[in-house]
Write a protein that binds this ligand. Structure first.
Ligand SMILES: Nc1nc2c(ncn2[C@@H]2O[C@H](COP(=O)(O)OP(=O)(O)OP(=O)(O)O)[C@@H](O)[C@H]2O)c(=O)[nH]1
Ligand SMILES: [Mg+2]
Length: 258
């Protein structure tokens, strides 16, 4: 559920990249990080354990223009795909506004994709969230490899409702920005409806004066290579993970615009 700060005119949206282990979730975030102009991105954050250097999730905060006079900020999260991190995956899904399912296109991984998708549905249910009501986009990743699961198979098994899907090769950046744009396009209308319902009277007044208020988000992508700011946070238990997610969300949503 998006955080709306009416006083500061901020809208904070959470998008979760979900999918089986090694499907390319972190690769998506890293590519976006490198492509985004430094002024519109925050630190890339990784939660890891002391011993194994296992990443629990990655988080990339980005700014994405305006809707009306509300500035849009988006938190992109990944979940840890490995099977035994179910509890962490569930924690990351809490209060998600939109989902990207990163499927691995390699033929032997068909079952892993289906199991992961099913797990996502169940984890959402535990938060009283219905997958069918969530903005959702599919990315069929690793299309650069041989022996691929056909797109029609993916669409039949994962995406019978015909939601947007992108064929990608995240490692080369192909389809990564398109995926972000698609999910943001789907996520903004339900979120902005909430904002403008509250702002309705004001909005009507404003629209008389300015009939065409902008409702498109924009990202500041640049071709520049910029230094990496990778912030690593050490954690030791599931409680630490929950606390970090809450803390990072709180910092993000309460941060006022400079
Ligand atoms: N060939 C190919 N390899 C890819 C692609 N995307 C990611 N990879 C590789 O797949 C491996 C796993 O990528 P990650 O982005 O770490 O996967 P992940 O989904 O974050 O994995 P977990 O965090 O364990 O769930 C890495 O070696 C990537 O370089 C792709 O489009 N094509
Ligand atoms: Mg990862």
């Amino acid at each position: 559920m998006a955080f709306i700060n009416h006083a500061a005119k901020n809208l904070a949206i959470k998008i979760v990249y979900y999918g089986p282990g090694l499907s390319g979730k972190t690769t998506n975030l890293r590519y976006l990080y490198f492509k985004l102009d430094p002024s519109s991105r925050g630190d890339l954050i990784c939660l890891e354990t002391d011993t194994e250097r296992t990443y629990f999730f990655d988080l990339l905060p980005i700014k994405a223009g305006l809707i009306g006079d509300f500035s849009i900020r988006i938190q992109l999260f990944t979940v840890p795909g490995q099977v035994f991190y179910e509890a962490s995956r569930k924690s990351v899904l809490k209060r998600a506004d939109g989902l990207v399912f990163i499927a691995d296109s390699q033929i032997p991984l068909l079952d892993a994709n289906l199991e992961s998708f099913d797990g996502m549905r169940k984890n959402l249910l535990d938060h009283d969230m219905d997958l069918n009501l969530m903005p959702l986009v599919f990315q069929y990743n690793k299309r650069d490899l041989d022996s691929l699961i056909p797109v029609e198979t993916f669409n039949n098994l994962l995406n019978p409702n015909g939601l947007p899907y992108i064929e990608a090769s995240a490692i080369n950046g192909t389809g990564v920005i398109e995926t972000l744009k698609e999910i943001v396009k789907l996520t903004i209308p339900p979120v902005s409806k909430k904002v403008f319902e509250k702002e309705e009277e004001k909005k009507e007044e404003v629209e008389k004066e300015e009939p065409k208020k902008k409702k498109e988000v924009e990202f500041a992508f640049s071709g520049k290579v910029t230094p990496v700011t990778l912030k690593k946070i050490k954690i030791e238990s599931q409680d630490d993970i929950n606390n970090e997610i809450d803390k990072l969300t709180k910092e993000f949503t309460e941060e006022s615009e400079e």
